[in-house]
Design a protein around this ligand. Structure first.
Ligand code: SAH
Length: 407
């Protein structure tokens, strides 16, 4: 198995170590005080260290203005951090040296550390196993496809939705990621791309190519952690930051109705993907317990009523499981329940994690399911998991590592 050691970068800037104050994850956008922090060492532990990558540009601007500095400096720091990918964005040229002490003394640039990086021999997808500040492990997968480079990000350590066929679902929820930890996956992956020009060359991509698309399809249920996810999207779509188009960000959900409403209120044009997996309510509840709280019918109704979603189209993810949801009866009902909704369907043959319980579908079943949807006028694609040789599907590497440590 071809794997490359992750670069061992120092996670901390000097501040937490010098002042011995623990970085603490807390509310996303607290109001800027505009005060210059007191640099007297006796008082330093009075303020809480925050991750630079969880701060939107507008907050940096407010901090600048509060400190009597031009707001445009915030744009320079943002560009340095997200476009030039500097380790220390405060050292960008044309910034006053006094800027960090004045507006960012409580901010540290904390990125997830690539503990392992695996590059697929088959499709060049790259799987990162990232270690977070508290030692938690998450994964992200980089998927090149023609001119597009998509990063699949995690939103939680584990997941509490307990879908029966999903590896991450079996871990339970350990904790939510904060916005900086979500954004950090993109920055860390972009840095890996910059440090590995051979990867772009192999793909015939230009040396300046960076991540163009994001899918929230890694570990976790993103809408169970909607504040961090919405905050991360604000930062990712900042034109002076990562500069991603909102329509190139897909948030995949098992059907979290409450989170969906909240996300759409903040980012109405974000792309939603619904993990549907069975069009029959009772059957769906068996494999996806979330359906007992928010039945599929209610989720689909909410999507029909969300003007932006029906206009742009909603992605339906359908993991096919042998003998569970892969019959023509399921295909017919899927056509019926999605009637009137602008959908595109991705059929994903199950990646077997426990073959004694669930098996992947027969090739013939996938074909007839696909043909039925196609015949009904639905756009449909069969998607095989990326990076089969590096276990790039849901939760696999993290779980393998957990087993290795447990033994
Ligand atoms: N919680 C979110 C996003 C994470 S998973 C959601 O449910 O949408 C991304 C997709 O992979 C989901 O559609 C999920 O159901 C699917 N998936 C999970 N385990 C799988 C497996 N073993 N094989 C194929 N797809 C799987």
């Amino acid at each position: 198995m071809p794997w490359i050691d992750g670069r061992n970068r120092a996670l901390h800037g000097g501040f937490a170590q010098i002042f011995d104050c623990k970085p603490v994850v807390h509310e996303l956008f607290p109001p800027a005080t505009g005060q210059i922090p007191d640099t007297d060492l006796n008082h330093i532990s009075d303020f809480i260290v925050r991750n630079f990558y969880s701060i939107p540009r507008i907050e940096l601007e407010q901090r600048c203005l509060g400190a009597g500095m031009p707001g445009v400096h915030a744009s320079t720091v943002f560009r340095a951090a997200y476009k030039s990918l500097l380790d220390d964005p405060w050292t960008a040229s044309n910034l006053p040296v006094a800027m960090r002490p004045a507006v960012g003394l409580d901010l540290e640039t904390i990125l997830p550390e690539p503990a392992r990086v695996l590059v697929s021999r088959y499709d060049r997808s790259v799987k990162f196993l990232f270690r977070l500040e508290d030692g938690s492990m998450i994964e992200s997968v980089l998927m090149p496809e023609r001119r597009r480079v998509t990063l699949c990000v995690s939103s939680q350590v584990g997941c509490r939705q307990a879908c029966t066929f999903c590896h991450t679902g079996r871990m339970g929820l350990l904790r939510n990621l904060d916005a900086g930890e979500v954004v950090g996956q993109v920055v860390a992956a972009n840095r890996w791309i910059a440090a590995n020009p051979g990867w772009l060359e192999d793909l015939n991509l230009p040396s300046f190519q960076r991540i163009t698309n994001i899918v929230f399809m890694g570990m976790g249920e993103p809408l169970d952690n909607v504040d961090s996810v919405a905050g991360a999207i604000t930062i990712m779509t900042d034109p002076l930051g990562l500069g991603l188009a909102l329509r190139r960000i897909s948030v995949s959900t098992a059907g979290h109705l409450e989170g969906m409403a909240k996300l759409l209120a903040i980012h109405p044009d974000v792309r939603l993907a619904i993990s549907l997996h069975s069009p029959f309510e009772a059957e769906r509840s068996k494999i996806m317990p979330i359906n007992r709280k928010w039945p599929l019918g209610d989720v689909l109704r909410a999507l029909r009523e969300a003007p932006t979603q029906n206009q742009h189209g909603v992605l339906i993810q359908y993991t096919m499981i042998d003998g569970v949801n892969d019959s023509l009866r399921h295909a017919e009902e899927l056509v019926r329940v999605t009637n009137g909704l602008n959908v595109k369907v991705n059929l994903i043959p199950l990646n077997e994690i426990d073959p004694s319980r669930f098996r992947g579908p027969a090739a013939a079943a996938v074909e007839s399911f696909r043909d039925h949807l196609h015949g009904a006028g639905i756009r449909v694609m069969v998607r095989y998991s990326k990076g089969q040789d590096i276990a790039a599907a849901c939760g696999q590497l993290v779980t393998e590592t957990a087993w290795a440590t447990a033994r």
